[in-house]
Design a protein around this ligand. Structure first.
Ligand SMILES: Nc1ncnc2c1ncn2[C@@H]1O[C@H](COP(=O)(O)OP(=O)(O)OP(=O)(O)O)[C@@H](O)[C@H]1O
Length: 448
């Protein structure tokens, strides 16, 4: 039996529609708010969602973007009391199936639902499994910007192959997340994906982590240890910050890749391994080759294909999807409902430089959701100082000394809070999470 979720804050509409659709052979659940709807959606899979456009706690477009992101298998039909053509066009552009205006006529509703459900849809069992354990596809926001589209055209081409791939991009742009996606879209997806952060491995440990060791092979080798290559056999190994490996380990790595076999430390015999290698680096690896700190032969062996991951500021059109995804993530961790970003926060997010890229956005939203009230929007006062002070500092015409930039940012924030609390210093200190004495010292330091 097909399942339909009705979301409407008008209880009588929910009751009438629910009764009518049950009589027509559908299994129906109802939700009186966006918050309740997303709680129901966490636990169940629906073929179709009938949603009031003007819910009290969340905007129609936002409901749609969350459903598209998290429950793409559900078809969405909106209902509204106002027949605004532009709204209908916007919703359909964003992926809604239809936009029905009140008064509602039973035969039209039924015909629209039947037509929508007759569309080809993904296998439901697979979807149910995905709902229980989200795949990396579901945990990954692909985005709609030109930069992301280009990237995913390349991902679709290279993922199913066994090519070694170098992923290049700034910190926090999602290189590891992308490597997981490549693995999940390959024939290796049912085998291990092993990620090793070469940047955090000491010279001594690197070889043992990658290739394993036998008990007693060196001082401190108390027992046999399987290396990452053996663990990833049949699957994918992801080597993050590969540029940090010593020249000696680079040589072992090249041998392993060329011979397709691994020899653990202290062992004489080689073991065959079938591993796809994906590497990532923040730096330009070829520059390291030129500087002779990275082996050229290894570079070419790893570089069968290269993916360039854009900075967040190069894919700003993806921002709404990323924000909706991270809010949803925080909501389920905090068990609270956040409506979205206030217009002022949206503006700031577009102005800010995001040096930590997607990771920074994720952390900023996590923090803001914690500080925001249940059922509210994220407001400027739940953002960190580096963002709230960014527009002022970036508009300064002269390049400023770092110390002065920080002082200026602190001054702005202190002034903003003081104004908000009517210059009550005790309250201001408490909001700024510093004691009164520190606030007095700061006021002196910044000449206030
Ligand atoms: N497109 C995306 N959709 C959803 N989450 C993402 C996306 N890209 C990155 N993230 C999240 O952002 C965080 C940082 O991503 P990741 O660790 O893959 O970045 P990285 O480029 O490998 O960082 P580093 O260079 O510092 O190792 C992770 O929590 C990841 O899940």
């Amino acid at each position: 039996m097909k399942k339909i979720l009705i979301i409407d804050d008008d209880i009588s509409i929910c009751k009438i529609l629910s009764k009518f659709l049950q009589k027509s052979g559908y299994e129906v659940a109802t939700a009186l708010s966006g918050k309740q709807a997303f709680q129901i959606l966490k636990k169940d899979v629906f073929d179709l969602i009938l949603c009031d456009y003007n819910l009290g706690d969340i905007k129609g477009l936002e409901v749609l973007s969350k459903i598209n992101q998290l429950y793409p298998q559900s078809i969405v039909i909106f209902i509204s009391g106002y027949g605004n053509i532009q709204t209908a066009v916007d919703l359909v552009k964003e992926g809604a199936y239809h936009f029905l205006t009140k008064p509602l006529y039973p035969d039209i509703i039924l015909a629209t639902i039947e037509e929508a459900l007759s569309q080809k849809k993904p296998n439901k069992d697979k979807i149910a499994a995905k709902v229980k354990a989200p795949s990396s596809e579901q945990r990954y926001v692909k985005g709609c910007s030109a930069a992301s589209k280009r990237l995913f055209e390349h991902v679709a081409l290279v993922a199913p192959t066994d090519y070694s791939v170098i992923i290049h991009g700034e910190t926090g742009t999602g290189k590891e997340a992308l490597a997981r996606l490549l693995h999940d879209q390959s024939h290796r997806k049912d085998r291990n994906f092993i990620a090793i952060d070469c940047g955090s491995l000491s010279k001594e440990l690197a070889a043992s982590e990658l290739f394993g060791h036998l008990k007693g092979a060196f001082t401190g080798a108390m027992q046999d240890k399987k290396g990452a290559f053996e663990m990833a056999d049949g699957g994918t190994i992801f080597l993050d910050e590969i540029g940090n490996l010593s020249y000696e380990v680079q040589m072992y790595l090249l041998r392993t890749l060329q011979e397709k076999s691994v020899r653990c430390i202290g062992e004489v015999k080689e073991k065959e391994v079938d591993v796809r290698v994906i590497t990532a680096s923040n730096e330009d690896l070829y520059e390291k080759v030129r500087q002779k700190t990275f082996r050229e032969d290894l570079y070419h062996r790893l570089n069968e294909f290269k993916l360039e991951v854009p900075r967040l500021t190069e894919r700003m059109e993806d921002m709404p999807q990323l924000v909706a995804y991270f809010i949803r993530q925080a909501e389920s961790q905090l068990d609270k409902h956040i409506i979205g970003l206030s217009p002022a926060v949206k503006k700031l997010f577009h102005q800010y430089s995001w040096p930590g890229n997607i990771r920074e956005l994720q952390n900023v939203i996590k923090r803001a959701c914690l500080l925001s009230k249940d059922g509210a929007e994220i407001e400027i006062d739940s953002l960190p100082l580096e963002i709230t002070s960014f527009s002022e500092t970036s508009s300064a015409s002269q390049p400023a000394e770092l110390k002065n930039v920080i002082l200026e940012a602190q001054k702005n924030e202190i002034l903003r809070v003081l104004e908000k609390v009517n210059y009550n210093k005790t309250k201001a200190a408490s909001i700024l999470k510093i004691d009164r004495k520190t606030l007095y010292n700061k006021l002196k330091e910044i000449d206030l």
